[in-house]
Each structure stands twice: as C-alpha cells, then as structure tokens.
Design a protein. Structure first.
Length: 189
C-alpha cells in the first residue's frame, strides 16, 4: 500500500536530483506516491557524479556539491515522514540527509531535505548509460526546463553493453521480486 501525507506531521519537502526523479524508481520500486511534485532548483549547488558506485556496471551516482552562484535542477516532492524515512533507509549509508534551499518555477524559495553524498570519489566519474537515462526520463516526465535536459544529455556516460545489459536484467528481477513481496503482503492483509 502506498503511504500518503501523515496528518499529524504534515508534508515534508524533499528535493530529488538523481534516480528518484524517475517515477518508476520512486513509486514502483520504493512504493512512494508523493502528494505533489514540482520542478525546482537547488540554489548554491550543482549536480556532480562523484558518489561511488559499482565499478564497470554503475561507476558513479549523482550528488549535490556546493557551488556558489550555481544551481541544480530537480523535483521538489511533498512527502510524509514515513516516506522520507523509506528513502533514507535506501540511500544510507552512501548519502546523508541534508537541507538545501530550493526555488520553484513560480519563484518561491523554500527549505527542503536532500540526500548529499558521503561515499564520494576525489574526481567526478561517469554515470552508467542506464542510470543517466533514468535521470533524463525523470527530467522529461516532470517537465524540467530545456537547460536541465541539455545538461543531462551532454553528460558523458560509461557504457559497457554486456555488463550494462546484465545489470539491467538483475535490476528487473529485483523489481519483480519486490513487487511480488508487496503483492503477497497486500493479499494477506
């Protein structure tokens, strides 16, 4: 069952800039259905690909890196405390939960939770083509501006067809197993 905003706690703002941009990842794989999702940009931050991944398969993941005068486009979600904790459980220990200032398309400036990389490389790496495609699809889905899409599309990706294909199949099986477990849980309730 997908959780909604907890009535007592109220909505929590979460800024997503990586795989959580893609609805399939957030909703289907993690079972999280945000109360709202709007394009926004983190002020004073830029997207880098320096979180350690799995060599050759998923070499680097997205991160927010402080950068005065710059910004990173993403999506501002409204979540419940339970939903944010679900994301925390998946993102830890490679990421920590931090606060960033975001600006929505209509000019509102708000504070939001964002996951900032802890397990980082000294230099920026290349994301896998599969991972980068998730970010691009998520950016399109949420209507991020052309400049955000252009930046993602210009990012060089690591692509090893045999290993990337294998990783994609393994992740597909993982998704099916998660779905099956949820389906069985719902049937038993």
């Amino acid at each position: 069952m997908k959780s909604r905003i907890d009535a007592a706690a109220g909505p929590i703002r979460h800024f997503a800039y990586g795989a959580n941009l893609f609805p399939d990842v957030l909703e289907r794989r993690r079972g999280i259905c945000p109360a709202s999702a709007v394009p926004a940009r983190a002020i004073g931050w830029r997207r880098t690909f320096d979180v350690l991944g799995i060599p050759l398969v998923e070499p680097a993941f997205a991160n927010l890196t402080q950068a005065d005068g710059q910004f990173c486009w993403g999506v501002l979600y409204e979540l419940s405390t339970t939903q944010l904790n679900q994301i925390r459980a998946v993102e830890a220990p490679a990421y920590r939960d931090g606060m960033v200032q975001v600006e929505t398309a209509d000019g509102r400036r708000l504070e939001a939770h964002a996951f900032i990389g802890v397990w980082t490389r000294r230099r920026e790496g290349r994301p896998s083509k599969r991972y980068l495609d998730l970010l691009i699809a998520g950016a399109r889905h949420h209507g991020l501006p052309d400049e955000a899409l252009a930046e993602l599309e210009a990012t060089p990706a690591a692509h090893m067809p045999l290993l990337s294909g294998l990783a994609s199949r393994v992740l597909t099986w993982e998704r099916l197993l998660v779905w099956r477990a949820r389906w069985r849980r719902q049937r038993s309730d």
